[in-house]
Design a protein around this ligand. Structure first.
Ligand code: IVH
Length: 661
């Protein structure tokens, strides 16, 4: 018989291995469901035997109590900074300085991740503290927040007495876009770039909030290690990798500064294709013995330098400011500019976020403005260039009335946004319908913005639930809609009634509740009615759900207008049930897919959601465990690898067929 303690240890070991494969190697071994079952078993075992809980158990990643403040942590040795180089000449000067003490120099070039520096301390193999860099001498204790980052091991693969490492916490570009979109919808201030977003997420007193942000990490340095001698940076990276840390696989060796510069240029040309933001390349002397000889100044080591990429900024003219009303009623200005090419794409629009910001930045229509891409993706006006004004520029005035329905605009306290509070405002209704019908929500094929515009403008749909009252005649009366397409759309609307509950929960557009949370919720509550009486306590008992989210869900279902909508949707025949696991034998259950290249109609996110919704899993690297590789135009090396390994290749059409089989 296995004792509870032995079983707990077995489960922990398995969960650790799966976390490592999923989050670090990007090569999962089991399905999400199998993983959830292991986690569930461990949670139950620990609930029954609380004395068995260890601080490095995978169950302890989320659920830490909110803090009042962060405690200071004095670093065992100062965390140094780096000198910068901006040109090849700066690199040559650096190399020349080093050449005085070392004749034969080998360098390691690493991507310079634009994130937040942290130091992690492991004792007897377990993570004990995590601290921000702070001023280099004293940082802040952010251990509870760091534990929520799944790629950071809570336990080393080969425990040692004491290990201290340094690395960078970052926010992937896609997560930055998602988070800012969510913030904008909620009338909050957006983050200027992924670095600020990572820092802001780490500085949350409630670890639940950090857990909601998909932060990631790369570890690149050892500050202290007992009992091992590592002779070079290359060995350090190898050792860190073997211990289970996420290590950036792009590090390269260069036997001259010229070669190191070539790497800098190559990385610079690839920076926009990476899923995370880099702001340069760090060039480090490889040999530890040579480093020791050179030593450090008080601020930075003499054996390393940061080659910084130039900022990518462009000037262009602001032609107009468009005012849009979003799904949550937020009225936001968008800049329309003379098109310019910037960081790999042509840009002509940029969100101005809110009117306060436009005033603060003194941006006027007709101004020459300086543009960049926040997080390498989102176009953003940095500032206007008033020195080029002719005097004819116009100020941007916030509207007093909703530009769509004419209701009085409100400026809720504590928000940066102004809102139209009329829930029947056609603009809000249209946006809600677009969201409701979207692929990640109810997936109503053929119900796009153009049709929705007409339905609302002709008064055929005045509330969400009216969708299910539409008749063939209503649809046929729309522009560019024949009897056949009307019948198809009607069928698609009818089919949407069968969608599982998590899609309906997503589609309702509850604040703070996205597709991922909706899935989490429906693992515990599988009927829509279950939500009518749910309490904040019941919700926060789910490990990943924090108090803000719980309050928002409760408030949504307590609001009478929402209750009416939900009741009417159910009356119309919308399912409102989550199938239990026996019913979910879906076409892609247990299958692993990899996407490469650009698909003709689906974005990468949409394809991933569709695959996951049908039980499949999307990973980023091709291995023998991959079942299908979905190939679009300009595929990468994943395509070659798939051919090499003889893996079935699908195009978008074949994928869609498979999804609907
Ligand atoms: S090495 C003593 N390597 O860049 C050497 N730093 O501008 C310490 N950074 O404070 C730094 N990626 O936060 C190193 N691969 C990398 C890095 C990296 C990002 C950050 C780090 C440091 C800053 C210096």
């Amino acid at each position: 018989m296995t004792s509870p303690q032995e079983r707990a240890e077995q489960l922990r070991e398995q969960l650790r291995t799966h976390d490592h494969h999923y989050y670090v190697l990007d090569d999962p071994l089991i399905s999400d469901r199998e993983y959830d079952l292991l986690m569930q078993e461990l949670l139950e075992l620990e609930k029954k035997h609380p004395e068995l809980i260890t601080s490095d158990s995978p169950t302890q990643r989320v659920g830490g109590k909110p803090l009042d403040k962060f405690n200071p942590i004095v670093h065992r040795q100062p965390l140094l900074s780096l000198d910068n180089a901006f040109s090849f000449k700066d690199l040559q000067d650096f190399d020349r300085r080093i050449s005085r003490s070392t004749a034969q120099r080998e360098y390691v070039a690493e991507m310079k991740i634009d994130g937040v520096s942290i130091a992690l301390v492991y004792e007897k193999g377990s993570l004990v503290t995590a601290a921000t860099r702070g001023d280099g001498v004293v940082g802040e204790d952010v251990t509870a927040n760091i534990k929520t980052i799944r790629s950071i091991p809570l336990r080393l693969r080969t425990p040692v007495e004491r290990l201290e490492v340094r690395g960078e916490i970052y926010m992937p570009k896609a997560e930055f876009v998602r988070l800012n979109q969510q913030k904008e919808e909620q009338g909050e201030r957006v983050f200027a770039n992924p670095r600020n977003a990572a820092a802001g997420s780490l500085r949350q007193l409630d670890p639940h909030i950090t857990a909601q942000r998909a932060l990631a990490a790369f570890i690149y340095d050892i500050l202290y290690l007992e009992g091992h001698h590592l002779a070079s940076q290359w060995e350090v990276l190898q050792y860190l990798h073997e211990q289970g840390f996420p290590v950036n696989r792009e590090a390269r060796r260069a036997d001259s500064i010229d070669k190191a510069f070539d790497i800098c240029q190559e990385y610079q040309s690839r920076r926009h294709d990476l899923p995370y933001e880099i702001d340069g390349v760090v060039i480090k002397l490889n040999s530890m013995a040579e480093r020791a000889e050179l030593g450090t100044t008080t601020r930075s080591p003499r054996w390393a330098i940061a080659f910084k990429f130039p900022a990518e900024e462009k000037e262009t003219r602001l032609l107009a400011v468009e005012i849009n009303v979003g799904r949550t009623g937020i009225i936001a200005p968008t800049a329309i500019m003379e098109p310019v090419s910037l960081a790999g794409t042509t840009v002509s629009r940029a969100s101005l976020h809110n009117f306060d910001l436009v005033r603060e930045k003194d941006i006027r229509i007709g101004d020459l403005v300086l543009l960049r891409k926040a997080g390498d993706i989102i176009p953003e006006i940095i500032k206007s260039l008033p020195e080029h004004r002719s005097g004819k520029e116009e100020e941007v005035i916030p509207p007093a009335l909703c530009p769509v329905c004419g209701s009085q605009v409100v400026h809720p306290p504590g928000e940066v946004a102004i809102r139209c509070e009329n829930i029947s405002c056609p603009a809000r209704l249209k946006e809600s319908l677009i969201f409701y019908a979207s692929r990640s929500a109810m997936d109503i094929d053929g119900l796009g913005p153009a049709i929705i515009d007409q339905l609302v403008e002709r008064g055929l749909v005045g509330k969400l639930e009216d969708l299910y009252r539409l008749q063939a005649g209503d649809l046929e009366s729309l522009e560019r809609m024949g009897p056949k397409s009307a019948a198809n759309l009607l069928r698609a609307i009818e089919d949407s009634k069968e969608r599982p509950l998590h899609r309906l929960i997503t589609a309702l557009g509850i604040r703070h509740v996205g597709a991922k949370t909706a899935r989490l919720l429906t693992q515990r509550f599988n009927r829509l009615e279950d939500f009518f009486q749910v309490t904040e306590e019941e919700l926060t008992a789910i490990p990943e759900i924090g108090s803000i989210m719980a309050a928002s869900i409760v408030a949504f279902f307590q609001e009478p207008r929402n209750r009416i909508t939900v009741d009417r949707l159910l009356q119309a025949g919308v399912n409102g049930l989550e199938p239990t696991s026996e019913q979910t034998d879906q076409p892609l259950t247990g299958k692993v897919l990899v996407l490469t290249g650009t698909l003709p109609t689906l974005s990468r996110n949409e394809a991933t959601e569709l695959i996951e919704a049908r039980g499949g899993q999307v990973t980023s690297s091709v291995s023998r465990k991959t079942d299908y590789v979905v190939v679009g135009s300009e595929p990468g090396s994943k395509y070659d690898k798939a051919v090499q390994l003889g893996i079935t290749i699908l195009d978008e059409e074949a994928l869609l067929k498979l999804l609907h089989s």
